[in-house]
Write a protein that binds this ligand. Structure first.
Ligand code: NA7
Length: 545
């Protein structure tokens, strides 16, 4: 038996903070830690920064949130020294931008790349966390920031025979970057018609001999804002980036949107509604134009209008009908944006298969078999989505107080307070997670806001004798109720089968995962916690007590 005094057995911290992930949130977290005088290490499973914008390197991948606000604002130079080529920036450009920021911030040396974190365990005696990596390294720290993204854990395709396919198979979520995928002259099948499918299919159709699209559920597809940046708007951003930064947090979705909430459909007569809808469609802002879009009557009118515009872009009546979503209202699932997707189905070599009518039976070595026929294929592209939010979290063995796992804490679905902390996991922070404005807001604005909140909290802990911070159980219960309250006001949120509520993963608890109370309300609640000394939290070891 060891005779060492107990204290010397306690681990001591190798650094103050470990940041896991080097995407939008991770890069800013690394910079924030260093800026505040904390020692910090970063781990990233990819070979470079970018997160989502590293992995989703499929042809056609681009952001459908405008570059005016899908960017960092924490230092003026990032607004003034970077020129976006398009209002909807392509994936490679966003990844280059993130590398540019990371380089300018001098945080690249802090990150160990090509390294996955396998375990994060809490030691109750010392209050420290031990982080273990796939490379066998162990780092002990006081604070952990899990900047692992919301859509970073690809969903395994739940189809028989996937492994038996002898042709080439690609996932949009892990598209090869080390070589060119050559689709020229090939027979390509694409499974999935969410945002990724809608972007990749027109690009595949440019090269392939035939494209067969296997669609389970049609989605709303509305025009993009793609096009050159408006120099006057860019100039306005560059004048005072910090004012823009604060302004973004005053909005509902963390975006700078012109034309938002111009009308209430309810106030207009039929002709007025037709005109306003046509104007919003042509102006490419139909998703945001109407203040009463969340009310059933207005939502039904908007949904009906978009369905009609979608149908008229497709020549073949059967295909047109099947490309339109009849099963959910506009906004029930994340609308896709494309100016070319629907017209792609007018090309003679592109064919839609409606899986509800003729489901896939299995994947076979040379193609896909449905109940109606066998399709011979050289390539299958899986655009089948993600095990959103909790998938990434559960891919790490996270153990908090009493050895309880995160999986246990989230057994009934996401369970946290303000989206960023979980009871039983002191000093562990989760940006971009569930029950924050998350994927229904501008994730770049959210990354800055949440990392500020997290590091303001850490500052407070450092100044007050380094106690351990964790949300109260009661705060989590009430936060879950508030999240549900706002979800109930969103058309189709609770009735549509979508990844927002875990419905795309068999067995996943059905909980609507996004806080829809708006960015400003969310930011105000976070600020109040900081201002009032964390009333929603337990502070263990607070020396002021
Ligand atoms: P999504 O939006 O989850 O789309 C995945 C698509 O794949 C969707 O059409 C699914 O149909 C389909 N899918 C998934 N599994 C199957 C199987 N087994 N058979 C047939 N079809 C299947 O993921 P994305 O990558 O497109 O977009 C994710 C987010 O990234 C997006 O919302 C933006 O925020 C950016 P389903 O609808 O489940 O019937």
């Amino acid at each position: 038996m060891s005779t060492m005094p107990r204290d010397t057995l306690k681990p001591s911290a190798d650094c103050d903070v470990v940041v896991i992930g080097a995407g939008f949130a991770g890069i800013y977290a690394l910079w924030s830690a260093r800026q505040r005088g904390l020692s910090v290490r970063g781990f990233e499973s990819a070979s470079d920064v970018g997160g989502t914008w590293f992995w989703n390197a499929y042809p056609g991948a681009r952001c459908d949130v405008a570059s005016y606000s899908y960017a960092y604002f924490f230092r003026d130079e990032f607004v003034r020294d970077w020129d976006w080529s398009d209002v909807c920036a392509p994936q490679q450009e966003i990844q280059r931008y993130l590398r540019f920021v990371a380089q300018r911030c001098g945080i690249l040396d802090l990150v160990t790349f090509d390294t996955r974190v396998s375990a994060v365990h809490h030691d109750e005696d010392s209050g420290l966390w031990t982080v273990r990596t796939s490379g066998g390294e162990t780092v002990v720290c006081r604070y952990v920031v899990l900047a692992i993204g919301a859509l970073s854990n690809p969903k395994a395709p739940d189809i028989d025979g996937v492994a038996s396919f002898k042709g080439e198979a690609y996932f949009t979520s892990t598209w090869p970057r080390d070589r060119t995928v050559d689709l020229r002259g090939k027979r390509v099948g694409v499974i999935g018609t969410g945002s990724s499918g809608v972007q990749v299919i027109p690009e595949v159709a440019k090269l392939a001999k035939t494209v067969t699209v296997f669609q389970r559920t049609a989605n709303f597809v509305v025009p993009t804002e793609s096009g050159p940046m408006d120099p006057a708007r860019v100039e306005a951003l560059r004048k005072d980036p910090q004012a823009v930064r604060s302004g973004l947090r005053e909005t509902y979705g963390g975006n700078l949107v012109t034309n938002m909430g111009q009308h209430r459909l309810h106030d207009l007569d039929q002709a007025g509604q037709d005109e306003a809808l046509a104007q919003a469609w042509a102006g490419k802002y139909i998703g945001l134009a109407f203040r009463d879009a969340h009310l059933p009557e207005a939502n039904a009118r908007i949904s009906e209008y978009i369905r009609a515009r979608m149908q008229e872009q497709v020549n073949d009546p059967w295909t047109a009908h099947h490309l339109v979503p009849w099963d959910h209202p506009f906004g029930g699932k994340r609308p896709c944006r494309s100016d070319v997707y629907l017209q792609t189905f007018n090309e003679p070599h592109v064919r839609l298969i409606a899986l509800p009518e003729t489901p896939i039976v299995r994947i076979v070595p040379d193609g896909i078999e449905t109940t109606a026929q066998k399709f011979d294929l050289d390539v299958i592209v899986y655009a089948t989505g993600f095990d959103a939010v909790s998938g990434a979290l559960f891919s790490i063995d996270i153990r908090g107080l009493g050895g309880a796992t995160m999986r246990q804490a989230w057994a009934d679905g996401p369970n946290n307070y303000l989206g960023t902390m979980v009871h039983g996991f002191p000093n562990l922070f989760l940006p971009s997670s569930a029950m924050s404005p998350s994927v229904l807001s501008n994730m770049a604005t959210l990354a800055e806001q949440q990392i500020d909140f997290i590091f303001d909290s850490i500052d407070w802990l450092e100044r007050n004798g380094r106690p351990r911070l964790q949300p109260r159980q009661a705060s989590q219960v009430s936060w879950r109720e508030q999240t549900l309250h706002y979800a109930q006001r969103r058309p189709g949120a609770l009735t549509t089968k979508s990844w927002y509520s875990g419905a795309n993963i068999p067995g996943k608890p059905r909980v609507f995962m996004v806080y829809c109370g708006g960015f400003k309300r969310y930011d105000d609640i976070c600020k109040a916690e900081l201002r009032d000394g964390f009333p929603g939290y337990d502070i263990v070891g607070d020396e002021r007590a």
